[in-house]
Write a protein that binds this ligand. Structure first.
Ligand SMILES: NC(=O)c1ccc[n+]([C@@H]2O[C@H](COP(=O)([O-])OP(=O)(O)OC[C@H]3O[C@@H](n4cnc5c(N)ncnc54)[C@H](O)[C@@H]3O)[C@@H](O)[C@H]2O)c1
Ligand SMILES: [Zn+2]
Length: 472
């Protein structure tokens, strides 16, 4: 929620100047289980309305419906459901308008907060519906995936995909409250837990040494047990909780001074340099967490070759990600992709490389801007050799998107000649790509779809998927 303060003055020239600033306040609560009648915090907010419109993911709905209804019934709050299909292909304007229609039918009052429950996909689309509804309306988030808990719901970015372009429409719209309840991880498939774990590796490697040490000690067990919620052991949950809480707080400290992302040296760009292009290059896209881990692993090799870390640190890093089943390399992560993706990312970073990598120790970050392409390609050869000798192919477990991530069977979807958008674009690509693809795959559309602003030979923006021109 924000509040605007403004002053209007008339200058001697006759011009009128509005000088204003917006105060922003939004809250995070660690409440678990959030839908437990002993925890009234969420229900208290709805007491005055005695009703709540809940927008929820269609997989999450059947699992938690009874619990949520029981909770609100206890507080005499009537529930109206709006169930929406998850999956990246549903991150569309149609889904958003469907939510808007539900808000209209419900007759939501502008200050009355819509409650949004689900992963990053649902919170992004429903958050955007709330940002646009009557120019702005309130919402409350309850993230249910690890990505949602430690990443998507930490930011105030909301949005949706347009055509094949990732998060092309969106807003910065803070919810009133975000309730963080890690017990949702009990039902989250392990492949999704692993996917989110990669973002924790990111934040720890360059932002928080204490989290790094905890990940090294407990990482494997945490992924396998959904942070202790699948095995019901407090002994597993305790370090998991500390990791997530510190990870969230580090993210907030790093990113809130840069809420509108005007600063381009971003620590959390670690792992997000080559991955936006890599993620979409295989016939069936890589999961975001696997693509960023390959990018991070290569960056670690670069850090070693630059003398920024030592071999023992490199080995510790690779041991952790291999133990949890994340990917470290991919056949399509080749010299050509490195060249294409480096040029692409520079376009979103004001012409600079701004490669975020660990500096001396984990938890510290430095930005490189002076790495020649020959060095990048030579480091890639070293990287591939190292992964091959120690870990074989380097592709982790459940590395590719599934029907849950996509919203459709991936095989069927690509068979119909369709190509999904990237699952996430923290710091995405832009490019003027020369080649048509790697091994028959559409690297050009990969870079474009991931958020690119590609320019063809004529200077027009192009839709990389169909090749059609779009007016700039
Ligand atoms: N706003 C931001 O800053 C930001 C940051 C990161 C990611 N994102 C966005 O988030 C989206 C990805 O989010 P995600 O990884 O959470 O994926 P998601 O929302 O698609 O959820 C992944 C899968 O998990 C299922 N699921 C969710 N919670 C569950 C639970 N508790 N138990 C069982 N199944 C459950 C969903 O139905 C879905 O199949 C992308 O669209 C990305 O752009 C946004
Ligand atoms: Zn990411």
């Amino acid at each position: 929620m924000s509040d605007l303060t403004a002053k209007v003055t008339k200058e001697s020239s006759g011009s009128i100047v509005v000088d204003g600033y917006e105060a922003l306040k939004y809250n995070f609560h660690y409440t678990s289980p959030v839908f437990d009648v002993n925890h009234s915090k969420l229900a208290d907010i709805y007491e005055r309305w005695q009703r709540v419109l809940i927008v929820i993911d269609s997989i999450v709905h059947p699992i938690y419906k009874d619990q949520v209804e029981k909770y609100f019934k206890h507080y005499n709050v009537a529930v109206t459901w709006k169930v929406i299909n998850g999956g990246e292909i549903n991150k569309t304007m149609d889904t958003m308008l469907d939510i808007v229609d539900a808000m209209d039918s419900f007759g939501i009052v502008r200050t009355e907060p819509t409650l949004v429950i689900g992963g990053g996909l649902v919170t992004d689309v429903a958050g955007y519906a709330c940002a646009s509804y009557r120019r702005t309306s309130n919402f409350i988030r309850v993230p249910t995936t690890l990505i949602g808990l430690i990443d998507a719901s930490v930011s105030i970015k909301v949005g949706l995909n347009h055509k094949k372009l990732k998060n092309r429409l969106g807003a910065y719209h803070a919810p009133l409250h975000t309730f963080l309840d890690f017990s949702f991880l009990e039902t989250l498939p392990v492949g999704q837990v692993r996917n989110g774990f990669a973002e924790l590796v990111k934040i720890a490697s360059v932002g928080d040494k204490a989290v790094w040490d905890l990940l090294v000690k407990h990482g494997k067990e945490l992924v396998e047990t959904g942070f202790g919620y699948k095995d019901g052991r407090d002994a597993t949950r305790a370090p998991g909780k500390e990791i997530c809480h510190r990870g969230i707080e580090t993210m907030l400290e790093l990113e809130t001074p840069n809420l509108h992302e005007l600063g381009l040296d971003r620590v959390i760009a670690f792992g997000h340099t080559w991955s936006p292009t890599l993620e979409l290059t295989p016939r069936i896209p890589l999961r975001h967490g696997h693509a960023i881990t390959i990018d991070m692993a290569y960056s670690i090799t670069l850090a070693l070759s630059r003398g920024l870390i030592n071999e023992a640190q490199r080995d510790q890093w690779f041991e952790l990600v291999s133990s949890v089943g994340l990917s470290m390399d991919h056949d399509l992560f080749d010299e050509e992709l490195i060249a294409v993706a480096t040029e692409a990312i520079k376009k979103t970073r004001d012409g600079k490389q701004r490669f975020a990598i660990p500096d001396g120790e984990f938890g510290k970050c430095v930005f490189l801007n002076d790495v020649p392409i020959e060095e990048l390609q030579s480091v890639l050869r070293t990287h591939k050799q190292f992964v091959k000798e120690r870990y074989g192919q380097g592709v982790g477990k459940e590395a590719y998107v599934d029907a849950g991530d996509l919203g459709a069977n991936p095989e069927e979807y690509v068979k119909n000649g369709q190509k999904p958008t990237a699952s996430h674009e923290d710091c995405c690509t832009a490019s003027s790509l020369k080649r048509n693809g790697v091994n028959g795959n559409e690297t050009k559309s990969a870079a474009v779809s991931a958020g690119a602003v590609p320019v063809d030979g004529t200077g027009h923006l192009t839709n990389g998927v169909t090749g059609t021109s779009i007016k700039a």
